[in-house]
Design a protein. Structure first.
Length: 476
């Protein structure tokens, strides 16, 4: 029986959780779920200068927002340095590694000479077979892997296929620096082994590392995990992803008003496919996800597609679900002070909930939804936008409003249905097209030329506020 699947996400906390990292995390999470395994989280914080606590929190927050959970505590790579050193020492004992006493100056001179001779810069193995008794006094050694000089190292990658690296191109890499700190290459191997990782899914910028890491696994006598190196995400034009094209932190997507479920769906489709399906629930994704269906060529990030998908998710969301997403979005929204303040009153939250089904139909993002909710909380008399102004200037729009004020005042029970009935009856009796009545009404009630369905607006605002807003704009 094969061992249960263990994947890991291993971000370096030197910045926010960017969109590529989020996708890597998602793929690891999906794969673990698909095969009843678990995903672990390892923070690769060995670069002490560039790793920050703020970045760690941003990564954890981003994953949590996306709904990607991990098993147990996040593991700090830095905290495991002693174990990494122990592994390097064990390789010396096995004769698979050696101490290298070359000074930085010596190594620089070596590389310069190689460059001058048109050779690629590579460690020349000068301490590989030397007796440690020749060690110069006062020089602290690094530990290097005694890598094979002939043959090749093969990665059977689940995405890239068979990738072959001639060993002569992989020199004796440093495992432990002369200051005793482990290198990234060693730390990753030891951690993945100790954490029981069975599948490594990460960006294909790590493919060459995979060859070097394979040599370390072999030297330590450990099984090499299954590898899957996924192509990076490109911009819509096929070039490297730029900020403008979406190379942003996950928190930027949150602030732009995307739903976590839509993000998961969109990110899954960035590289992975399941037939012609574009929209799938998280359950479907975890039921279908596999590494073999990840494409070999870079996927292209497309904001328009994400936006449309998000609009779909918003329309499909239930009111409670959407309210929960909106509530967690609101603190991160820009220019939403008015709405935030207004929503502090629980009665207003109720009103907002009632308005949601109407609001979500027109919004592709939560930002648009927040914007279109403005009619709920603006104070009378409403300022008119340009389109609303035009609607009110048209023909006898203000006279129509005065008439409608009369008709609506007479409505018994106030609801979308009863107000619609009154407006329709008025239009029919006066031979007016319904739009000619509805458009000035829209302007008066929302201050805008576009809004949710006008009868929903009437119902949400209630009798008193609706009539007052109509009176504000009606001919006297
Ligand atoms: N820390 C590496 C990165 O953020 C990932 C290393 C790995 O997945 O093996 O690119």
């Amino acid at each position: 029986m094969s061992s249960p699947v263990v994947t890991r996400f291993a971000p370096s906390p030197t910045g926010y959780l960017h969109i590529g990292g989020a996708r890597t995390a998602l793929f690891n999470w999906l794969y673990a779920r698909r095969f009843g395994g678990k995903m672990l989280l390892r923070i690769e914080d060995t670069d002490r200068e560039r790793s920050t606590d703020a970045a760690i929190s941003a990564i954890l927050d981003g994953l949590t927002w996306l709904g990607l959970d991990w098993e147990g505590e996040a593991i700090s790579q830095f905290a495991r340095a002693a174990r990494h050193r122990e592994a390097a020492e064990s390789l010396i004992e096995k004769g698979m590694a050696y101490r290298c006493y070359a000074t930085p100056e010596e190594l620089t001179a070596m590389r310069e000479e190689q460059r001058a001779n048109g050779l690629p810069p590579r460690y020349d193995g000068r301490w590989r077979d030397r007796d440690p008794s020749e060690a110069p006094a006062g020089v602290k050694p690094a530990i290097r892997l005694k890598a094979p000089v002939d043959g090749e190292t093969v990665i059977e990658d689940r995405v890239q296929g068979r990738v072959v690296f001639p060993n002569k191109d992989l020199d004796d890499l440093v495992l432990l620096r002369s200051d005793g700190t482990p290198t990234y290459m060693l730390a990753v191997v030891v951690d993945d082994h100790d954490m029981g990782v069975t599948h490594i899914v990460r960006g294909d910028d790590h493919l060459t590392n995979a060859a070097r890491q394979t040599l370390i696994y072999q030297a330590l006598g450990w099984d090499v995990p299954v590898m899957a190196h996924i192509p990076l995400i490109h911009g819509p034009d096929g070039a490297k992803l730029s900020k403008r094209h979406g190379a942003l932190g996950v928190e930027a997507y949150r602030a732009m008003g995307y739903l976590p479920a839509a993000m998961r769906n969109y990110l899954a489709r960035l590289g992975w496919s399941h037939g012609d399906d574009e929209i799938f629930s998280t359950d479907e994704m975890t039921g279908w996800f596999d590494l073999d269906a990840i494409g070999k060529s870079p996927s292209r990030f497309d904001f328009k597609k994400l936006e449309n998908l998000n609009g779909h998710y918003m329309r499909a969301a239930g009111t409670d679900e959407l309210l929960a997403d909106f509530t967690s979005f609101l603190p991160h929204a820009e220019n939403a002070e008015g709405l935030r303040t207004w929503l502090q009153d629980p009665a207003h939250v109720e009103m907002f909930r009632t308005a949601l089904p109407g609001l979500k139909e027109r919004a592709k993002t939560l930002v648009e939804l927040a914007d279109s909710a403005e009619y709920l909380w603006v104070q009378r008399p409403l300022a008119m936008d340009e389109k609303a102004e035009k609607l009110l200037e048209a023909d006898d729009a203000r006279k129509v409003l005065a008439d409608l004020h009369g008709r609506l005042s007479a409505v018994g029970t106030w609801s979308a249905e009863t107000t619609e009935e009154a407006v329709r009856a008025y239009a029919e009796e006066t031979g007016l097209k319904l739009g000619k009545a509805a458009q000035p009404l829209r302007a008066a009630l929302t201050g805008r030329g576009t809004s949710p369905g006008i009868f929903d607006v009437l119902a949400v605002l209630g009798r008193e506020e609706s009539l007052a807003r109509i009176a504000d704009q009606a001919a006297r």
